[in-house]
Design a binder for this molecule. Structure first.
Ligand SMILES: [Zn+2]
Length: 407
């Protein structure tokens, strides 16, 4: 596959002002010029339609059988979509269906050894706890918290987001956000954090980055398996000053060694192939971490690097996939993060442009096979579940958060 085949050329204007009057041009241009309130209404309607489809295909038609319980590609992702839908619409049916689905995922994941939010048991127990809390079911809340506390981390666990320590930490933080602060003690969180820092320092020995990590023998940089994901979660926990310095130093090492295009390598071993513009590998996931760093550390360098990475996403981010892990839906979150950080309408416009592109053409491109629907076509991370999630997040863009990544 050549590079040109990976993405649709972005021919949308760099900025379009919203107007009350009918805009000329095609249906996509029409969406771009539409007042935000009208567009967000359309996105919300489409999100709720998509949600129904996802529920019917993954829960109704399967006889409520859970084959893959994970948030990433399986049934828990549907529950998470319903959880988000409840937050936006306050429709109590969404919350009760969410709890019903989590219950089935609980049974299906009882013997799983995976410990993270996105791919493991911690996702089931923490979403169960959060949903039980919202619906006021005290016994159920205590049940999921007790289940969560039984999760044990193996000593040889990796550190990355999808299967490693930070993926477990993220689930702890999710519980503390949605149930109550200190539900999971800072002592426990501190202990896991320390192990991550210790391994990162020892792996970095003699290198020019203060922290380095490996997953299956490769030193990844991206959000899913690498540095960006690990640094992102570390910025959400209490760090000692020297640890915070190491996080900053690691991000500066990445910025210094990025491609001339502004994109980032997928890993240390392959520093020449400038091809991937995904949340999992490349500029989008790293941009989210850089924007966060600018907010946490207040240094201009991080925001500038985030802006540069977002330019890559604007030019090469309309990749021919729909999902949030490696697809257009996920890439839109870069602009939402920059909009939250800067309040600049050009970033909201760019998020709107990616969402409008999907709203206008998504179905057609998917049905003609011109865009890949993912190996799990209804899933949250690879399929149209992610598109539905993005559309829900567009209703109030200041509240948008990349699922399982931005708290
Ligand atoms: Zn991916």
């Amino acid at each position: 596959m050549t590079m040109a085949d990976r993405f649709f050329h972005n021919v949308m204007p760099d900025f379009v002002r919203e107007t009350e009057t009918e805009a000329g041009g095609d249906s996509l241009m029409h969406l771009l010029a539409m007042p935000y309130s009208s567009l967000s209404h359309q996105l919300k309607r489409s999100a709720l339609d998509l949600k129904e489809t996802v529920v019917i295909e993954t829960w109704g038609f399967t006889g409520q059988l859970v084959q893959d319980f994970t948030l990433y590609s399986g049934t828990l992702g549907v529950a998470f979509l319903l959880f988000r839908s409840f937050q936006v619409t306050k429709n109590a049916n969404d919350l009760s269906l969410c709890l019903q689905i989590v219950k089935a995922c609980d049974a299906a994941s009882a013997s799983s050894r995976d410990v993270t939010f996105i791919c493991g048991r911690a996702g089931v127990c923490s979403l169960g706890a959060a949903a039980a809390k919202l619906s006021g079911e005290e016994d159920l809340l205590n049940y999921y918290l007790a289940q969560f506390r039984q999760i044990r981390l193996a000593s040889d666990l990796p550190n990355e987001l999808l299967y490693g320590r930070v993926g477990y930490l993220w689930a702890c933080l999710f519980i503390n956000k949605y149930v109550a602060a200190e539900t999971l003690s800072s002592t426990n969180i501190r202990q896991v954090t320390q192990e991550i820092i210790k391994e990162g320092r020892s792996m970095a020995k003699n290198g020019s980055s203060p922290l380095m990590f490996e997953w299956y023998g490769k030193k990844y940089w991206g959000a899913a398996h690498g540095l960006a994901g690990i640094m992102h979660v570390l910025m959400d926990v209490q760090l000692k000053p020297d640890e915070a310095e190491d996080v900053k130093g690691t991000l500066k090492y990445m910025i210094k060694n990025r491609f001339p295009s502004g994109n980032y390598p997928a890993n240390e071993e392959d520093r020449r192939r400038d091809t991937l513009v995904h949340w999992c590998h490349g500029a989008p996931g790293i941009a989210l971490t850089l924007v966060k760093a600018s907010e946490v550390f207040g240094e201009r360098e991080f925001l500038e690097a985030g802006v540069a990475a977002a330019e890559v996403v604007w030019k090469r981010g309309l990749i021919k996939r729909v999902g949030i892990c490696h697809g257009i839906s996920g890439n839109a979150y870069v602009f939402l993060a920059l909009y939250r950080a800067t309040g600049r309408s050009e970033y909201l416009y760019r998020a709107k442009a990616f969402a409008s592109f999907l709203l206008d053409r998504g179905h057609k491109l998917l049905s003609k096979g011109e865009m890949h629907g993912g190996d799990s076509p209804y899933s949250l991370f690879e399929g149209i579940g992610g598109m539905a999630y993005l559309f829900l997040d567009m209703v109030d863009p200041t509240q948008a958060r990349f699922p399982g990544y931005e708290l």
